[in-house]
Design a protein around this ligand. Structure first.
Ligand code: PEP
Ligand code: MN
Length: 333
């Protein structure tokens, strides 16, 4: 069960509430987020919600049978909107595009990307400065100095930043220079990282694990939410299957399933999802029709020269065409 507490609840009322929940053989977990306060009751016994619902200090109470609670749509029926500031909204009808290079490569690369985004009305730029690479000898990103440079140029141009945080120690140094933290597919179940991101007042986009189930992704989101941060987005980026014809198997099913299970916005990443430049567009368009709240994709002025993931990166002409088509499709559906 989820009990949303009234802001004016007294400590006596809180104790009475907890005693009542314990008497139902439910374990109580208190959650305080930047937006509200909740008591999460965990238990199996059936009970009459009216036995608790009448107690003073309760704003709302819901029975949520899912193992994840706060991210469940059984609790919050209306979709969540993520507000990045300056009118940049994601979710509940606000379709968000996020594009940029796999890795931030330097000033020229940043400026060219920003210009392309502005020409096409895209408000959020992606890019990695800390890169998880399969080989330690691959380019591992420009680091915090690259992020600071990027931030300065992005701010001057009204562009928001989404970038991957790989470990707890990076959160603080990155904090002032990002609009949205990305949790990468290799870190979806890094529970320490998720706990710490719960304390952050910035949006967090969690990617689905390489071999992660949909429910595991939702549990990861529950970590951040119950840690205090409700500004959450989920991202389907393809999973590892026996198929070798594509880099990953983009799970289109995950989009409508996630939309049914959670109130959080669902973003599609067709670039990593298929991993093949020529097929990014159809997968992006399919995701748009499937109900994604946004699409994140990799672009570069010269994909064949990109420091990482060039094989799945669109050039600006392909990007502009894709953006036009996604917007047209959104109108249609
Ligand atoms: C990325 O976005 O560049 C990235 C590394 O993504 P993922 O964690 O999905 O592999
Ligand atoms: Mn990449």
């Amino acid at each position: 069960m989820i009990i949303q507490l009234a802001p004016e609840i007294t400590s006596d009322q809180r104790e009475a509430l907890k005693t009542q929940i314990s008497s139902l053989k439910y374990k109580t977990n208190e959650v305080r987020t930047q937006i509200g306060e909740y008591i999460i009751g965990i238990g199996k016994e059936k009970f009459d919600v009216r036995n608790i619902g009448h107690l003073p200090g309760i704003k709302d109470i819901h029975i949520v049978s899912d193992d994840y609670k706060l991210v469940s749509r059984k609790w919050k029926v209306n979709q969540t909107t993520i507000d990045l500031g300056d009118g940049v909204l994601i979710g509940d009808g606000h379709f968000a595009l996020m594009a940029g290079p796999c890795s931030i490569e330097g000033e020229e690369n940043i400026v060219k990307t920003i210009n392309h985004l502005k020409e096409n009305g895209v408000q959020i730029m992606r890019g990695g400065v800390f890169k998880p690479r399969s080989s330690p000898y691959s380019f591992r990103g420009m680091g915090i100095e690259g992020l600071k440079l990027w931030y300065q140029l992005a701010r001057e141009n009204g562009i928001k930043i989404v970038t991957e945080v790989m470990q707890v120690s990076q959160i603080e140094e990155m904090h002032d220079y990002v609009d949205m933290f990305q949790v990468g597919a290799r870190n979806t179940q890094n529970f320490n990282l998720l706990d710490e991101l719960g304390k952050v007042d910035k949006a967090v986009m969690i990617k689905r694990g390489i071999s992660g189930t949909i429910d595991e992704l939702l549990y990861s989101a529950e970590y951040v939410f119950s840690g205090g941060n409700e500004k959450l987005l989920l991202c389907e980026r393809g999973i590892r299957t026996y198929e070798r014809a594509s880099r990953n198997t983009f799970d289109i099913n995950a989009i409508p399933i996630l939309k049914e299970k959670t109130h959080l916005p669902v973003i599609a990443d067709p670039s990593h999802g298929v991993g093949i430049r020529d097929h990014v567009e159809p997968v992006a368009l399919a995701s748009t029709v499937a109900g994604a709240d946004g699409v994140i994709f990799e672009i570069h002025e010269k994909p064949e020269k990109a420091f990482s993931d060039g094989q799945q990166t669109l050039d600006y002409e392909e990007s502009a065409k894709l953006i036009r088509k996604m917007r047209a499709l959104r109108e249609l559906v």
